[in-house]
Design a protein around this ligand. Structure first.
Ligand code: CTP
Ligand code: MG
Length: 387
């Protein structure tokens, strides 16, 4: 088979399927939906393979695709078309791509024969799509009433993957001027004048759209998981070193103190512990996964951005923050006078009420690293509820 790249779009919200995660990450036949077609494409030799994902579901996407061959994750867009475009632009920057298959993650059962037929069809046309004949009668309806019968001759149902010569489909996407979204990539190609060959599709390629499209076994396990996830907790812990010449930030409040905490961001140890607690509650990794200290954009960053992001992730997964409880561990400064301001600040960042936020403090009786004043430690716990 000629070499080909692949794009799998998995950046939708899966609203029609319901559930507490976008459908592409829900289990289908016991495995995350998106994993199925990615695996089939890799097996068929797709390289590179780019998956467009919702930006704030990266941890889920990585977990869903763990252990497969090389896969590139790119943030998708607000529409399917924008997600395809983002992946095509990544491939263009990578360079050297001649053929590309563009596929919906929502079509998990992707037979290898369809992939082979599509790639082969690109020898004779700049585009190729899998189609199935329309078997039912077709009528036009209006206001709930049957109007004229339509001939189904020459009508087909269109599936994905859709295969294209890379340069012309990229140009077609870049040149799309219609304000409305195209239904599929063949529509984009057609608008740019590309000839699109028809190859035989496969019933197995049906799109998973509604909750009932998941097998009942998966739905049961999904429901069990959902119920079990209705209340979840996470814990976080962090330490930063106290040094001369740094500002001291705790719980998003700047405190007048001769020394401050050192670290890559503003080193707000209390917020860092709380971010880890929230991420822990939704099993979305830890603060280092989301804001790597090696990334210069987080140098000196205000930690309230990290906390707002963690809260957004919690909400995106269908949860609401129940309560958070932060304990700051240090001999100095005295935390008591700042507690009220700290609770208010955390509540504002998390967009919850002040009575859902607790800030406490303790010393370690002058023992250990906090006792000697070498650093400040903080621990936090967070509860989230299925919304
Ligand atoms: N898709 C995407 N980016 C979007 C919207 C959709 O990558 N902004 C992807 C979906 O993840 C899916 C495919 O396009 O794999 C087909 O879309 P659809 O079945 O409509 O999925 P969703 O848009 O996620 O579902 P819904 O319309 O029910 O919200
Ligand atoms: Mg959609």
């Amino acid at each position: 088979m000629a070499p080909f790249a692949a794009v799998v779009v998995a950046a939708g919200k899966g609203l029609r399927a319901g559930g507490c995660v976008p459908k592409q990450f829900a289990l289908w036949r016991g495995t995350p939906l998106v994993r199925h077609s990615v695996e089939r494409l890799l097996d068929a030799g797709a390289a590179p393979l780019v998956v467009a994902i919702p930006d704030d579901w990266r941890a889920e996407a990585e977990a869903a695709l763990a252990g497969l061959g090389p896969v590139v994750l790119v943030p998708g867009g607000a529409t399917r078309q924008a997600s395809v475009r983002a992946a095509l632009e990544w491939l263009d920057r990578r360079g050297g791509i001649e053929r590309v298959l563009i596929h919906d993650a929502a079509r998990p059962d992707l037979p290898g024969e369809v992939i082979a037929a599509l790639v082969a069809a690109l020898d004779g046309a700049p585009g190729a799509i899998p189609v199935l004949p329309v078997v039912d009668s077709v009528v036009r309806g209006d206001g709930g009433l049957r109007q004229a019968a339509e001939s189904r001759d020459g009508l087909y149902r269109v599936q994905t993957p859709q295969a294209f010569r890379f340069a012309p489909i990229l140009a077609a996407h870049r040149g799309w001027r219609d304000a409305a979204e195209a239904g599929d990539d063949a529509t984009v190609g057609d608008a740019a004048g590309l000839a699109i060959a028809l190859v035989s599709g496969d019933e197995r390629l049906r799109k998973v759209t509604f909750a009932e499209d998941f097998d009942s076994a998966d739905r049961d396990s999904h429901d069990d998981r959902t119920t079990a996830m209705m209340t979840r907790t996470g814990a976080g812990f962090d330490v930063h070193r106290l040094v001369e010449g740094e500002d001291l930030w705790l719980c998003g409040v700047k405190i007048d103190h001769p020394r401050g905490l050192s670290g890559h961001s503003d080193a707000d140890v209390a917020i860092h512990a709380l971010v880890d607690a929230l991420l822990g509650a939704i099993a979305a990794g830890d603060i280092g996964d989301h804001f790597p200290p090696s990334d210069p954009q987080w140098k000196g960053a205000a930690s309230d951005r990290f906390l707002a992001h963690a809260a957004a992730l919690v909400r995106a997964r269908g949860f609401a923050v129940g309560n958070v409880d932060v304990t700051i561990i240090c001999e100095a400064p005295k935390i008591g006078p700042h507690k009220a301001a700290m609770r208010e600040r955390l509540a504002a960042i998390l967009d919850i009420a002040v009575d859902q936020v607790s800030v406490k403090a303790t010393t370690t009786e002058r023992l250990g690293l906090t006792g000697r004043g070498e650093g400040i430690a903080a621990q936090a716990i967070a509860t989230v509820f299925g919304a």
